[in-house]
Write a protein that binds this ligand. Sequence first.
Ligand code: ADP
Ligand code: MG
Length: 390
Amino acid sequence: MRTLDDLEVQGRRVLVRVDFNVPLHDGEVADDTRIRAALPTIEELRERGARIVLASHLGRPKDREPELSLRPVADRLAELSGADVTFAPGVVGDDVRALADNLAPGDILVLENLRYEPGETRNDDRLARALAGLADAYVDDAFGAAHRAHASTEGVTHHLRDRAAGLLLQREVETLTGILSEPARPLVAVVGGAKVTDKLGVLDRFLELADTILVGGAMCFPFLRAQGHEVGDSLCAAEDLEPARRVLEAAREDGRARLELPSDLVLGDRFAAEAEKRALDGVDVPDGWMGLDIGPKTAERYAEVIARAGTVFWNGPMGAFELEPFAAGTRAVAEAVAAAPGTTVVGGGDSAAALEQFGLADRVTHLSTGGGASLELIEGKVLPGVEALA
Ligand code: ADP
Ligand code: MG
């Protein structure tokens, strides 16, 4: 993968694909984490005298909905970077081209929402060519979009051969591939959240690579059901049972990771903060109740495994952490990950939100910004946006 060190940028127009897909509230940026995450690349390019054209998608516009304009993002970037920031009222076209041509070294042009152009997600070659026409070199710093072959992540690289990974994308790829190829042992994968089917590829890969897999969240119920336990009203899709059975079977083969499941739970009578709550020492959930968190014994056992790990990868909360009565298991695991002496990597939007909620986001080695992209990388899939930078 080419990096910024491989790129000549002085005085040149550099198209940078960033992930500015931020939450907006009343026309203002509600959380600027992703904008700040792109600053190191932007700052390095400015210091090296590049003329910068930034491109991002925002939300899923069906048309050119003005509520999904990148203008407020450009305003926030101007505050954060102190740079001269111009906003382009479109993605491509003669007017936009003229704005790009007029940039002085260190100046920034922010393009309008890429998805205002229907060709973006279709990887339309005419759009890719027009984007490439705005610049002399291309940098991709949008790890969260790297698993999609879109005009701005893949197509454009066919027309701008001078290309490189930005610092954020580089760190994401190097950290995630690093913990898979030569992890400090033991390698412990903590997998929670919902839907076994979505995370099956990740479980399969960790069965081969990890020493221990700790399962929590709603993920555990198909496994417990497959072992013959009652799950009551817990989240447990019929379609997840067969995959869970298969994973349990595979885990019994030699040389596979040890798969650990909860041994106690916290139950609620419904998915709500006001739900009636009770502890269950065991995993047979009575009818009328649902498992909404791992119990304290399980949390303690998991925390001990995490404390002894050389490397921890965590994706998916241990319970319905958004509901205060059912947050304790996720909090205990988050605290264990934060305190662990080994390398700790966390991926997934809700897992990241949980870390933020507990004030522990800066206590892990790496907090991945790309949920889907990080899972696909772990599954061993080739990410089109990364391959395009080879
Ligand atoms: P991530 O975004 O980190 O990949 P997921 O999206 O897979 O995580 O899962 C997060 C969601 O799973 C949360 O909304 C949480 O409430 C829910 N969840 C976790 N455990 C349970 C459970 N036992 N029952 C119902 N929902 C759960
Ligand atoms: Mg999620």
